[in-house]
Design a protein around this ligand. Structure first.
Ligand SMILES: *[C@@H]1O[C@H](CO)[C@@H](O)[C@H](O)[C@H]1NC(C)=O
Ligand SMILES: *[C@@H]1O[C@H](CO)[C@@H](O)[C@H](O)[C@H]1NC(C)=O
Length: 183
């Protein structure tokens, strides 16, 4: 009889331990609810017109003119990202990365870049975007591939919409929308 009681109390302890483990896993999951965040901002792209532009052609095929629509041309960009469409609107961060024209007809570019936040809400956090898109289409979409800081574990996508282009100063204004699910 005594052994039976011991046996069932052992089972009880094991069951209790399992419940405690499950409870702590549950509590941990509750701390990390998946949230969806939509961010919208504007980035100001001054395309290659000289050595000091923030979007610069840096390498291309030897013997070919280096231009955005020439297969194999690589450019680097570091564009201002603001809340509103005006250049003087509050600064959110920078959009930094590289673009390579990867289709033989020169239309598609491989974009590999990061949204580097410096505003109060997301200071120090980054979102990386990657993909191939038609660089001349009015709306482009790229996937979010990795991220840091407040956006850890995020998944999502980014759309880039051309809002205006001023050829006299080679200035393109884009709206970027970021839709992500994160903890
Ligand atoms: C962002 O972080 C940097 C480095 O910690 C700090 O110097 C800067 O003042 C911060 N900016 C804002 C807007 O909080
Ligand atoms: C980006 O977000 C703005 C504001 O919410 C919206 O008006 C616009 O249609 C969105 N653009 C795209 C391509 O989804």
């Amino acid at each position: 009889m005594a052994t039976k009681i011991n046996f069932s109390s052992k089972i009880f302890i094991v069951v209790l331990a399992i419940f405690m483990v499950m409870f702590s896993i549950q509590a941990k999951a509750d701390d990390h609810q998946l949230k969806e965040t939509e961010l919208s901002g504007y980035f100001h792209d001054y395309i290659s017109v000289g050595p000091n532009t923030p979007d610069l052609l840096i390498v291309g095929f030897p013997g070919k003119v280096w231009k955005y629509d020439q297969f194999g041309t690589l450019s680097v960009f570091d564009d201002l990202l603001t809340e509103g469409s005006e250049l003087t609107s509050p600064k959110v961060g920078r959009v930094q990365g590289i673009a390579v024209s990867v289709s033989l007809d020169g239309l598609n570019a491989q974009i590999s870049g990061s949204l580097v936040f410096t505003n109060e809400a997301y200071n120090g956090s980054t979102i990386q975007i990657l993909g191939v898109g038609n660089q001349f289409s009015l709306v482009q979409e790229y996937g979010v591939t990795s991220r840091t800081g407040k956006f850890r574990y995020a998944t999502g996508y980014v759309t880039m919409e051309l809002i205006s282009f001023d050829p006299s100063i080679s200035y393109a204004l884009f709206r970027g929308n970021v839709t992500i699910r994160h903890y």
